[in-house]
Design a protein around this ligand. Structure first.
Ligand SMILES: [Zn+2]
Length: 872
């Protein structure tokens, strides 16, 4: 497949298919003769002053009950605020007196919203308008009668192509008809034309925006929604579009936006269904059910709501018959409603049940081949399961049907790029590394993969039943494509069970990314997902992965950043019942890292207070489909509340009283020493105040005076290793005072608390070497590679040190060094040759000494070595 076909497209964007219908505010009223008096009402209607218009029109009708135009407009407004039953009923009365196509259309629309299809068809009988044709098409679609629907939509479009004069509203209908037929570019063109004719029509803008959302252009879509809302702040179509955009970004404000829509139109079932979906994502089944009840009160046959009933049944682990019952009911109403399977698939993905998701998605596209987003999801999830060929097949089909789907396009591009990756196998892994990095990474990665899986398998008593796929991406965007759809999870690495993908060490700035920890974290997911058949809740799999990276080796895991400390001070701990939501739909962006932090600490608490075997017992219980409350009761004998309380006490202790010494108001250096000293008189436990005094004395070279302050600061809050931390101040002071031992101790502590700066690692290694601790010095250098894998300097120092003690390891290091293209290549070749020579490997020694001399013919040491080698 040519890469050319897939043009790069901006940001990935998911949007759930909108339940679109909504006719446009028909212009028939303005074109009818006479009755100029309603102009003001019409414009108020467009501005969204619905209650105001209703009051006015009621007054008009009281004065002149025969004013059919006023009556028609009133129905239109009532439709907008969701008084569907009243609209249908009043329209029936009106239509008995006089046949008015616009009234019949409004009534039909109301009847459709009530799920009264036959009644709607009755209203439309004998009406041949464009709007009526559209509604008949819509009804046919709802019955799963696609051919009939298409015929209706085609009829509308033929009027457009035959250049029949159409109003802007009719153009809007033609655009929606084109959308339904999958002719998106033409639909886009008509929307443009229609809004040029009628720039103040909010319904047109909202509908156009929703097309753009569907076609992965969120920025322009948002612009259109905003324009629509400037004209009419209460436009429910535009508000719903905005909510859908926010939802696709997993923003926590979505429920608020939906509730605002429901204030305007309490019968807006789309908003209820979206709210129910969010409740289901949060495992809030009771609330979800209430929302679905309310939607079904409006339309008892709302298939989208029935579909979420099936989802709830799946999530709550009810008998299979229950779920099948809902599916059967749905397909009886509409045999093409594959969306129920798509919904089930989406929730299976959220539950990380990828195999199950693939099954559901397959059934979805078998039931409705037009679900192109679902077909893309099918391909992507096959890819996640490591079934690359099947994945490519589905994605190519998805692309054929919808070349605009950015997920499809990006994933196919990524698959194409695999030809630039090297594949190799280790005992338990199938590894993919980018060819430009294989030489540098291969041996490190192979070793740590095997070691981590061995260690985890032993402790968790679980061995994956197939080789684990492991991929590393130097380009973070490729990684993002590989993992898309899992916000919060996909920061650095992601695991889909037997497939792990992560950023390569080169994808991030040095010192920012501890790739060893991330690798260990992801492999822990392989274990905990596998052991529970992917039934582990998000908080627990993340918690165990964080726990594992934190405890795998000293200094591994994430440092306690100021962001975490702030979140900790703000919320202290999140109740377990809300923890999953903090990962998926956080109340603010900083809460996601905090959720990881807390989940990790929960696992630490479990191991420390209850024992590791309880972790294994909990995993078995989750495998048996039990939920949090039951698992805690069964394994720990605790209720959720008791658990939260015990953990909170533990967390308080472990975080130095929720970081009470850390007062961020004092974090800046805008206080004078005198001010700080006054503060310390009052509050000696002010971490930053102690630290600032230490800093100030250090700056004045008063090292002995600085030390006690830095020591106090360190004791007040040891995990702080961010800029200006006490460990560096202490190391500076002790070194200046000639106390290298103490300086080294300070930096070793810094490392223990997960300091990340590669330069500090180098400094520590040098210090250790100077005080005669050569082994430790080498150890620290090799640890530094976890945060600076591509640092030439570190590889060089490491190779030189290893040459003295273990030439075989030195050889590996020199090879990596050469692959990194160091400034002095000749020397690297020479030293590699010397290492080979020390192992009596003459042939390799000669090869590299010659390589050194080719670069630097006058290199004396190399000449000498060559002589020595030829003399043998
Ligand atoms: Zn994770």
């Amino acid at each position: 497949m040519g890469a050319k076909r897939f043009n790069p497209i901006r940001a990935n964007f998911l949007r759930k298919a909108a339940h679109s219908c909504l006719l446009f505010c028909a212009l028939w009223m303005a074109t009818a003769p006479g009755f100029a008096a309603l102009e003001e009402e019409l414009s108020l209607f467009r501005e969204g002053q619905y209650q105001d218009v209703i009051t006015r029109l009621e007054k008009v009708l009281k004065a002149s009950p025969e004013d059919t135009r006023a009556a028609s407009l009133l129905l239109r407004v009532r439709l907008e605020v969701g008084q569907y039953s009243a609209v249908a009923q009043q329209a029936e009365e009106l239509l008995k007196r006089q046949k008015i196509p616009g009234v019949a259309e409004t009534a039909a629309e109301a009847a459709i919203k009530l799920g009264e299809i036959d009644r709607a068809l009755g209203f439309l009988k004998g009406i041949n308008s464009i709007a009526a044709g559209y509604l008949r098409g819509q009804i046919a679609l709802e019955k799963g009668n696609k051919a009939e629907a298409s015929a209706e939509f085609e009829k509308i479009i033929s009027q457009w192509t035959s250049k029949t004069r159409m109003s802007s509203d009719e153009l809007g209908i033609a655009a929606v008809a084109l959308e339904k037929l999958g002719r998106y570019e033409e639909a886009n063109q008509i929307y443009r034309e229609a809004t040029e004719i009628d720039p103040k029509n909010p319904a047109l803008k909202a509908a156009w925006g929703r097309l753009l959302v569907k076609k992965y252009n969120p920025a322009d879509a948002e612009g259109l929604f905003k324009e629509a809302l400037e004209i009419n702040t209460n436009h429910t179509g535009a508000l719903l579009g905005m909510a859908e955009l926010s939802s696709s970004r997993w923003e926590s404000r979505v429920p608020g936006m939906l509730n605002r829509i429901l204030q305007i139109n309490p019968s807006m079932t789309e908003a209820r269904v979206m709210l129910a979906r969010i409740d289901l994502e949060r495992d809030n089944y009771v609330e979800a059910s209430k929302q679905l009840d309310r939607a079904l009160q409006v339309n008892p046959k709302l298939l989208e709501a029935w579909s979420l009933r099936a989802v709830a049944s799946f999530l709550e682990g009810k008998e299979a018959a229950d779920q099948l019952g809902w599916i059967a009911r749905i397909l009886k109403e509409n045999p093409s409603f594959g969306k129920v399977y798509a919904d089930l698939g989406d929730f299976a993905v959220l539950q990380r049940q990828y195999k199950l998701a693939v099954d559901y998605y397959r059934r979805a596209v078998d039931t409705d081949p037009d679900l192109s987003q679902t077909r893309a999801s099918l391909g992507i999830n096959l890819f996640r399961l490591g079934e690359d060929d099947a994945a490519r097949h589905e994605l190519e089909e998805a692309y054929r049907r919808d070349p605009y789907n950015i997920w499809t396009v990006n994933t196919l591009r990524l698959m194409d790029s695999f030809k630039r990756f090297d594949s190799f196998e280790t005992q338990r892994f199938r590894v993919k590394l980018h060819q430009k990095e294989t030489q540098i990474l291969q041996s490190y990665i192979s070793d740590i993969l095997e070691e981590s899986l061995q260690d985890l398998s032993q402790r968790y008593q679980y061995i994956p039943d197939q080789k684990v796929v492991f991929e590393m991406y130097p380009d973070h965007e490729d990684f993002a494509v590989r993992t898309l759809g899992l916000p919060g999870l996909g920061a650095l690495g992601a695991s889909f069970g037997p497939v792990v993908a992560m950023d390569s060490p080169s994808a991030r700035r040095r010192g920012e990314f501890h790739w060893g920890s991330t690798l260990w974290h992801e492999l822990a997911h392989v274990i905990t997902l596998g052991i529970t058949d992917n039934r582990i809740p998000r908080w627990f799999t993340e918690g165990l992965s964080v726990y594992e990276e934190n405890t795998s080796r000293p200094g591994w895991g994430d440092p306690m950043t100021p962001g975490i400390v702030q979140a900790l001070q703000l919320v202290q701990t999140i109740p377990l019942a809300d923890l999953n939501t903090a990962f998926i739909r956080p109340s603010q962006p900083g809460m996601v890292p905090f959720a990881y932090f807390q989940a990790g600490m929960i696992c630490e608490y479990l191991v420390e207070k209850h024992g590791f075997e309880k972790i294994l017992a909990m995993l078995s219980a989750y495998r048996e489909k039990q939920k949090d409350a039951a698992v805690l009761k069964q394994v720990l004998g605790l209720t959720l509340e008791e658990f939260d309380k015990q953990f909170r006490d533990y967390a308080r202790e472990k975080t130095y009283g929720f970081a009470k010494a850390v007062d961020f108001q004092w974090s800046g250096s805008d206080h004078s020493i005198d001010e700080i000293k006054v503060e310390l008189q009052k509050n000696p436990d002010n971490f930053f105040a102690q630290l600032h005094i230490a800093e100030a004395y250090t700056a004045q070279s008063k090292f002995a005076e600085a030390v006690p302050y830095a020591e106090v600061a360190k004791a007040l809050f040891p995990p702080f290793v961010d800029d200006g931390n006490p460990y560096i101040i202490l190391a500076d002071c002790y070194e200046a005072l000639g106390q290298k031992e103490k300086a080294a101790v300070a930096l070793l502590e810094w490392k223990k608390y997960r300091g990340r700066d590669p330069e500090v690692f180098k400094r520590l290694s040098k210090l250790l070497s100077e005080i005669g601790k050569q082994n430790e010095a080498v150890q620290v250098l090799s640890e530094a590679l976890n945060v600076a894998m591509f640092d030439v300097d570190i590889h060089q120092q490491l190779a030189e040190r290893l040459a003295e003690t273990s030439p075989q390891k030195a050889i590996e290091e020199y090879k990596v060094l050469l692959a990194l293209n160091p400034p002095d290549k000749a020397e690297a070749h020479y030293r590699l040759a010397a290492a080979y020579h020390s192992l009596s490997d003459t042939s390799n020694a000669r090869q590299h000494v010659l390589a050194a001399l080719e670069i630097a013919p006058g290199y004396r040491d190399a000449q000498k070595l060559l002589l020595e080698l030829t003399g043998q």
